[in-house]
Design a protein around this ligand. Structure first.
Ligand SMILES: [Zn+2]
Length: 338
């Protein structure tokens, strides 16, 4: 069974606004990142943060669970409505992050929510003395230490993403345009009280790369109980496989353009160029070399340990790499390994 999957993606995006993360007033500016090319020269171009990519993977999972064939997968109140507060419960009409008082509650959170399980969370625990909560089995020193700094409860994400970066040596384009909201009540002209109806938005275009990974083996695993045994809060007979499948399907959603803040009016003109999936059935894998570099494919294959399986879609032909005719064939093979 699958233990670890990596994705190396090259895709063209025309006229997208994935990176409108720097918003000032009525101007949505585009995020520009500095980096160096293969000669070591400084470059700058529009780029999209890994936080944004992770967010859209999470949204893909949420969408598939609430609307697709994965309705048996549980979500907590926060993840159900796409709020970043997690794990959460609804208290009246207010969403509240769950405050654990026992470490073993990680098991409970993982059981009750597939997104908390796969995307992780951070609960900033109140310092002892403020909450009055007791933690079983802690030593005097632990109690003393906690009094000073509190205890954060963190579950690391099983889904990992790089930034979306332009492929080196390709051109990127960006343009700021003026939009007006259409009103049937009155004609909107510039200058006459219509300032709020006019706003600027930036759009970018380019050929981009990103890498991502899914630590399949640790889905459902309760880290805090990790010892000689493998303590899974959700096992292969109680919904773990469905969680893995929906997480894999969410990567497919990202490749097909279901990313971006303006899906109602600025769907990216996406044109996938290459995809390399490397997977293991025995243990974790290194991250792939980014397709933003020229020789990424051969370098990635040379980096991965013996026994790694490769699935590729794109224009290259390489030994030991299983070349597929469609992206769907890659995802079907992955899902069959779960
Ligand atoms: Zn959750």
């Amino acid at each position: 069974m699958l233990t670890f999957v990596t994705f190396a993606v090259k895709t063209q995006l025309n006229v997208h606004d994935l990176n409108n993360e720097a918003v000032a007033g009525n101007v949505n500016d585009i995020r520009i990142m500095e980096f160096v090319d293969e000669e070591g020269s400084r470059q700058e171009a529009p780029a999209v943060s890994g936080r944004m990519l992770k967010h859209w993977h999470l949204e893909g999972m949420r969408h598939l669970i609430l609307n697709g064939g994965y309705s048996s997968i549980p979500l907590c109140a926060g993840c159900k409505i796409g709020e970043p507060i997690r794990p959460a419960v609804l208290s009246g009409e207010k969403l509240e992050q769950i405050k654990p008082n026992k470490l073993k509650e990680e098991e409970d959170f993982v059981k009750k929510c597939a997104i908390c399980d796969i995307h992780g969370y951070l609960i900033a625990h109140e310092a002892k003395g403020e909450s009055g909560e007791e933690v079983e089995g802690e030593t005097k020193e632990e109690k003393k230490g906690k009094k000073q700094k509190g205890l954060n409860l963190r579950r690391t994400s099983r889904a990992m993403f790089s930034w979306l970066m332009p492929v080196l040596g390709t051109e990127t384009a960006q343009k700021q345009v003026l939009h007006t909201r259409v009103s049937q009540q009155e004609s909107i002209t510039e200058g006459e009280g219509a300032a709020q109806m006019i706003f600027n938005k930036s759009y970018a275009s380019g050929i981009y790369a990103f890498v991502a990974a899914l630590d399949v083996d640790r889905i459902g695993l309760v880290e805090l109980n990790l010892g000689s045994s493998r303590p899974y809060a959700v096992d292969n007979n109680s919904g773990r496989k469905e969680r893995i499948k929906v997480a894999i399907e969410a990567y497919r959603m990202m490749l097909c353009g279901k990313i971006g803040a303006s899906l109602s009016h600025a769907l990216p003109h996406q044109n996938p160029v290459e995809l390399l999936v490397a997977y293991s059935e025995t243990g974790p894998l290194p991250f792939p070399v980014s397709p933003m570099y020229s020789n990424w494919l051969r370098k990635t294959i040379g980096l991965m340990p013996q026994g790694t399986q490769f699935l590729y879609w794109g224009a290259e032909s390489i030994e030991n790499v299983n070349k597929k005719n469609t992206l769907d064939e890659i995802f079907e093979e992955l899902l069959n390994k779960v």
